[in-house]
Design a protein around this ligand. Sequence first.
Ligand SMILES: Cc1ncc(COP(=O)(O)O)c(C=O)c1O
Length: 393
Amino acid sequence: MNIRLNAALNDPTLATPALVIDFEDITHTYARFGHAFPGGHVYYAMKANANPQVVKHIADLGGGFEIASMAELQLALDTGASGDRIICSNPIKHPQFIARMQDVGVYAMVIDSTFELEKVAHYAPGARIYVRLAVDNTGSVLPLAGKFGVDAATAVELCDQARALGLQPIGTMFHVGSQCLSTANWVNAIRAAADVWRVAAEHGHHFHFLDLGGGYPAGHYHTPSIPTIEDIGAEVMAAVEAYIPKRDDLMLVMEPGRGMVGESGRLLSAVFGKAQRGEETWLYLDAGVFNGLMETYEGFPPVVSHLDDAALVRPLRKYTLAGPSCDSCDVIARDVLLPEVHIGDRLVFFDAGAYTNEYAAAFNGFPIPAFVPLLPGEQEERILETVYDFTPV
Ligand SMILES: Cc1ncc(COP(=O)(O)O)c(C=O)c1O
């Protein structure tokens, strides 16, 4: 349990809703990725939490960035990161964005269609490209399959077309689905990538870029059974060793979003209303689907508790948690068991460091959670000693 975070949340002057982010914890997580994936590089998927302080912190640790848009590119550059520490894994890109990435020397960008290839060849002649593979997302809480990705045969065809258009095909990426609970997804995806690498080599392509995407889950404090960064790293490194053709110049890339920042944040929200509607007891919170808890609407189960430990002795009740807006879809979760909740109580949502304020809007006039950074203290130097070097190929 994160003692620093809990102490900050218990500050009685902290107004709600508030998103408290522990920067030391991010440092620690970054170091864990380095140790679990020796020789690999973190390209943080900043869509998970694009707060400029968070992004700068990860840049200062040595991380690279996975970006999807012009605004994310600018944010990465504002940290001082050079283009070679930036990649773009968004398969469908705006032409001006492609041109700007070329101007600033972004290392490589993904494609998964002939149309996109032609666009990239036009707006970023000679650019490095990698292909997004469609892989099994079963076992992830928020699957991403369907919208993007191609099969093995198409992937090789696209590389042939890319070469003919003067682009440089360098490898593959995949995404196993967000909050992926099965390490087998990574192993199977690496095997699928290895098949593409082998056939591509027969077509004369020399791949070196193996991008494992995101999907690393958060929530270990509450669900110890979910795979840790270390569990995934061990299986991934073994699969890379077993299946990917040996390369001295192998560039192993991780794009963690949730896994990088999810466990470093807590969302504090106050209960300001209560109603009995038939069998259901409703609690109305000052954070809801529109202002911080959008992921619960997408099916992500919230982990929520009383802030005040003294409340934990109250009898358990079943609640429907709703946000503050007048929209009927602003329902955070149903059948949530909590020690009895009174108006004025403060609730804490755990593992809220990712995809919270990124999705938030002040709909209906209800504010998005205030960003409360818990900045590095004296522990930082000690943790930093264990942080690995970032040396892009
Ligand atoms: C291309 C890409 N990379 C990485 C991520 C980060 O995923 P996660 O937060 O599950 O690690 C996403 C999330 O949607 C993505 O689209």
